[in-house]
Design a protein around this ligand. Structure first.
Ligand SMILES: [Zn+2]
Length: 236
């Protein structure tokens, strides 16, 4: 975010981060059209859903869900790209808050004690200046009414590009990727691990493995703002 674009945003009327259209009074973070046409998965209403089922093949996750479908070329995909790479971290926070209130209403996440974001490697964090998963976690925690434990995990290396690997290969590739830093704050807790986008789930699974190894008595659930339709959609 440059100083110039910061200044511009002070004087321009607020726009919807999804469609770029003007925000009306009372719209909140997203315009009415985008709020009503958002491609929600509804996974958080069911303990059994395609994402939870896939993750449970690898780890005994308590609950798992994502808020919206990540669909290539959709306006929401562009909004996600913007919050990952173009400093629009506020969109991750607002989407997280929206998701968090839905998680709270579902009742399935009532036992969650705290939220832990998936960390970036320090080099990537310094390059980007922020971790979008931190903002997603803040929003979700606010919606759920529980605290975020920041810097609970450390990422030991950047994972190489995984786009051509199978789920099993990716899983091997991320083993030992994370270590637990705040065992003192997490002992005995039901932890909600939060990432921004789930493709195969291998990153969340690697975090869960690290937590389970350090704190075997913890219970772990998972939530992401978006999940790949290509990997988890109904046509698969
Ligand atoms: Zn919009």
């Amino acid at each position: 975010m440059s100083i110039l674009s910061d200044l511009k945003s002070l004087f321009l009327p607020p726009v919807c981060p999804v469609c770029g259209g003007p925000l009306a009074e009372g719209d909140g973070a997203f315009c009415m059209v985008c709020r009503t046409t958002v491609p929600r998965t509804m996974f958080w209403l069911k303990a059994e859903n395609p994402m939870a089922a896939r993750l449970r093949d690898f780890f005994p996750v308590v609950q798992a869900s994502a808020f919206i479908w990540f669909i290539q070329g959709s306006p929401w995909q562009r909004a996600i790209h913007d919050f990952k790479y173009r400093s629009r971290w506020r969109t991750a926070y607002e989407l997280g808050r929206w998701f968090g209130s839905n998680l709270a209403r579902s009742g399935l996440y009532a036992g969650v004690d705290c939220v832990v974001p998936v960390p970036l490697h320090v080099r990537r964090l310094l390059g980007r200046g922020y971790n979008q998963a931190d903002y997603a976690a803040e929003g979700i925690a606010e919606g759920l009414g529980v605290p975020v434990v920041h810097r609970a995990l450390r990422r030991l290396r950047n994972n190489p590009s995984q786009t051509t690997r199978s789920t099993a290969e990716r899983w091997v590739n991320v083993e030992g990727l994370f270590t637990v830093r705040r065992s003192d704050l997490l002992a005995g807790k039901h932890i909600l691990l939060v990432d921004d986008v789930v493709t195969t789930g291998s990153t969340l699974l690697a975090c869960a493995e690290a937590l389970a190894a350090a704190l075997p008595e913890c219970r772990i659930s998972m939530a992401a703002l978006a999940v790949s339709y290509h990997h988890f959609g109904f046509d698969r």
